[in-house]
Design a protein around this ligand. Structure first.
Ligand code: NDP
Length: 312
């Protein structure tokens, strides 16, 4: 059986739920397909202190529960399921889930998010939330006056190192090459910060600590005559080696950039397929914040509403 809806939302992070709130209040009766991790990346975070309106902070899962409840309150039809195939070629969009459910829609909003990339060390999972984080803006506050390390040499790594340098007493920036890939201005700022130490040509071999993270095993000049193994004592280990957008199912169906993020016609949210809009981290490699994703979800719902009205 095929279910038709005017507005189908794929994904359930801050962008998806916000799009659902707006689309339901606009009487579009949206269906939301939640995806493999209902609630998105915030489900795996602890305290969120920078989402406006939560004066005392809020746990990530609670924030998503609230957004979901708000979408339900206005009549959004939220369903479990993982989208396995899409056909955006016609005026009516077709979406199939892994369990074989079929949906058709006048407009689709893609909010499938992105996942932070990790090095792939077993220790990263062991200390996740116990010293390991992929978001300095989210968790940096907990490392006031402590020593932390950031991995990566791009703009994100530099930005995270600078942000943390205002909170932590000492920041190591662990860079695998002998240069930073970040823009000149970011490099300059990092180099000028007295409490940031850049460890070039260095890779992380492992992490250690009794119950929480206490340090990292590093290798400098790995594979050369100057190879040097040593440990650093750290309380926090921040990954900043990029994000992987969740766009496998859209390859060949929507225009993606070189890193796989969905291209949208800024400042709007229209994708390369008419009637398909995208919002949140899947279409925004730059800001990657819950509040910016929610804002973009709002814009996508307004764009979808305008598009649907134009069909009448
Ligand atoms: P980038 O892809 O630019 O950089 C990723 C960094 O992580 C590189 O230094 C890369 O090393 C390193 N890296 C990747 N894999 C590993 C690994 N397995 N081990 C160790 N290091 C690794 O990603 P960003 O998230 O920094 O930036 C994404 C985009 O967003 C960029 O276009 C950036 O310019 C932009 N941006 C702009 C900002 C601004 O203007 N303020 C702020 C943040 C992002 P290597 O160089 O060796 O490949």
């Amino acid at each position: 059986m095929t279910t038709h809806t005017r507005c189908l939302i794929i994904g359930s992070g801050p962008a998806g739920y916000t799009a659902a709130i707006y689309a339901s209040r606009a009487s579009l009766s949206p269906i939301v397909i939640e995806g493999p991790q209902p609630g998105g990346q915030l489900i795996t975070t602890t305290e969120v202190e920078n989402f406006p309106g939560y004066f005392d902070g809020v746990q990530g899962p609670k924030l998503m529960e609230d957004l979901r409840a708000q979408a339900l309150r206005f009549g959004a039809d939220i369903r479990g399921g993982i989208v396995s195939d899409v056909d955006f070629s016609g005026r009516v969009k077709r979406v199939t889930t892994a369990s074989g459910e079929e949906f058709t829609a006048d407009a689709v909003i893609v909010c499938t998010g992105a996942a932070a990339r990790y090095l792939g060390l077993a220790d990263e999972q062991k200390y996740l939330g116990l010293g390991v984080s992929a978001c300095a803006t989210c968790d940096g506050f907990f490392y006031r006056g402590r020593t932390v390390a950031v991995v990566g040499g791009g703009d994100t790594a530099c930005e995270e190192a600078l942000y943390l340098s205002n909170l932590a007493s000492k920041v190591y920036l662990i860079v695998r090459k002998d240069y930073l890939r970040a823009s000149k201005v970011m490099q300059q700022r990092v180099r000028e910060k007295a409490n940031i130490e850049i460890l070039f040509e260095t890779v992380t071999m492992g992490l250690f600590g009794d119950e929480v993270l206490e340090g990292a095993h590093l290798a400098a000049h790995s594979g050369t005559d100057n190879e040097n193994f040593y440990d650093i004592a750290i309380d926090g280990f921040f990954l900043a080696i990029g994000h992987q957008p969740n766009t496998e199912v859209f390859v060949g169906k929507l225009d993606l950039d070189d890193a796989g993020f969905i291209k949208v016609a800024a400042p709007g949210t229209a994708t390369s397929a008419e009637g398909v809009f995208a919002a949140g981290d899947v279409a925004d490699p730059h800001y990657q914040q819950a509040i910016s994703a929610a804002g973009m979800g709002c814009r996508a719902a307004l764009d979808a509403e305008r598009y649907i009205l134009s069909l009448a």
